[in-house]
Design a protein around this ligand. Structure first.
Ligand SMILES: [Ca+2]
Ligand SMILES: [Ca+2]
Length: 164
């Protein structure tokens, strides 16, 4: 299955939940609404926070979606073919180079043994580490704000979209 259509489907499914939130925000920085949509897609909507289990489930579905040849590992080529939707914003803002650089940084961080693929073990370690780092008040839940400010993937991509 085409990964971009997978994401499009995901966003279609979550849009009805997240749309009111997006409509409320009057002033947003690049990628804010998309990040809100992603946060909304992780939780079950019953609370304002997500827990580790929801985050891991989310990560698992993302891994499956990125691993397009289904060999259980993410090759660099698969990684750069996949997109949450930030690449579209980067294109609009003329930030393609910064976005590609950010994507390569993320890949290098996750590929801990630098063998050119992210295997499941490396991926799970990165997910756990990213979760703990984003949980700044250390209560084992991620609030929307912690996710938007502290989750490495969101932070890295949004930084690339902004003129610094
Ligand atoms: Ca590796
Ligand atoms: Ca927290």
């Amino acid at each position: 299955m085409n990964s971009k259509s997978t994401l499009a489907l995901l966003l279609t499914l979550i849009a009805p939940v997240a749309a009111p939130l997006a409509a409320q925000s009057t002033e947003t920085s690049p990628g804010q609404e998309l990040s809100d949509l992603i946060f909304g897609s992780i939780g079950d909507g019953s609370t304002a926070e997500i827990d580790m289990g929801q985050f891991v489930d989310f990560g698992r579905s993302i891994f499956t979606s990125i691993d397009s040849n289904e060999d259980g590992a993410i090759a660099h080529g698969e990684f750069i073919e996949w997109d949450f939707g930030f690449e579209f914003i980067a294109d609009e803002k003329g930030r393609q180079q910064a976005f590609q650089a950010a994507r390569n940084i993320l890949f290098a961080n996750w590929d801990r043994n630098s063998d050119g693929t992210i295997d499941l073990r490396e991926y799970h370690r990165a997910m756990a580490w990213d979760y703990r780092r984003a949980d700044t008040n250390d209560d084992a839940f991620l609030s929307r704000e912690e996710f938007l400010r502290g989750y490495t993937v969101i932070k890295t991509y949004r930084a690339a979209l902004s003129e610094q």
